[in-house]
Design a protein. Structure first.
Length: 293
């Protein structure tokens, strides 16, 4: 833990996400929705490539899908859209609700997932870099396939001791940086920055992948990592808040907001409860619904 205040911020965020999930899960059951078939589909002893293939197939993404996009942001946006399309709610936020004074430090929590057979909720810390969010998204998504809720704060990308965390890391790495594609690209360049732009992941993921595939030694990796860490600390600074309404689709989730609004229109949910669950009140809620959905 970084400090008590940050710990409280993460805890309160988890509680808020749980409340949304509990309501939506019950709502979907009442609406006659069926459980998602991919939740808990695999066990921890399943082959990495089998899980990777199934996730790609379910998300309708090709092996080299990320290379079709020019920027990390575009690739992350596409990934979130595909994940929400299959029934998983994705919340991307770096603060507690809309309180800019309660920042969630990526050092403590890069993301977490709350697994539910009807509607898993996946949280990604928006204070992390775009390329870092990509790994977190897939790492947490693997937990859905394994049927296990968890949090993610792996800084050095080193193998985890827990079998589930280890498998989640391996699947995420293979999904984002396929070994065959990496081997081929490595023949053309060993530049981590260039490779990161190709695969739309962080240079840290590339460095870790190079180590896993025995392209570099552990000494080389840790030497690079220490330099990377120093440079990252030097350039680390709080990002601007941006436009309030532009942030809400990520903070609330477009899919979640659309389902809340549907329940309101069908008189299955009061506006008061809709305000509470979205964290948007009065005109702010209505402006968001009209502008962003």
């Amino acid at each position: 833990m970084v400090n008590n205040q940050v710990s409280i911020n993460v805890f309160d965020t988890i509680l808020a996400v749980q409340q949304r999930q509990q309501w939506l899960s019950e709502y979907l059951k009442e609406e006659g929705e069926r459980p998602l078939t991919f939740v808990g589909r695999y066990k921890v002893n399943t082959n990495v490539h089998e899980i990777v293939s199934d996730i790609r197939r379910t998300l309708k993404l090709n092996v080299d899908w990320a290379q079709e996009f020019k920027t990390y942001t575009d690739a992350v946006r596409k990934l979130i859209e595909q994940i929400e399309e299959i029934g998983v709610i994705v919340v991307v936020n770096g603060i507690v609700g809309n309180n800019t004074h309660r920042r969630i430090d990526a050092e403590e929590c890069r993301g977490f997932v709350l697994v539910d057979s009807y509607v898993p909720f996946l949280f990604v810390n928006n204070t992390d870099a775009e390329a870092g969010k990509m790994f977190t998204l897939i790492h947490e998504l693997v937990h859905v396939w394994l049927g296990k809720s968890a949090g993610f704060d792996n800084n050095k990308m080193l193998p985890a001791d827990d079998p589930i965390e280890k498998l989640s890391d391996e699947v995420a790495a293979e999904f984002l940086v396929p070994a065959i594609a990496f081997e081929k690209t490595w023949q053309s360049t060993h530049d981590f920055n260039a490779l990161a732009k190709i695969f739309k992941v962080s240079t840290l993921v590339i460095a870790r992948r190079a180590l896993d595939l025995r392209k570099i030694s552990r000494n080389t990796f840790f030497s690079w990592y220490n330099n990377w860490r120093r440079e990252w600390e030097e350039r680390k600074e709080n990002s601007g808040g941006g436009d309030f309404y532009n942030n809400q689709p990520n903070r609330v989730s477009r899919r979640f907001a659309a389902l809340v609004e549907r329940a309101v229109r069908n008189e299955q949910l009061s506006y008061r409860d809709a305000y509470r669950m979205t964290g948007l009140y009065g005109d702010t809620y209505h402006n968001f619904i009209n502008k962003k959905l």
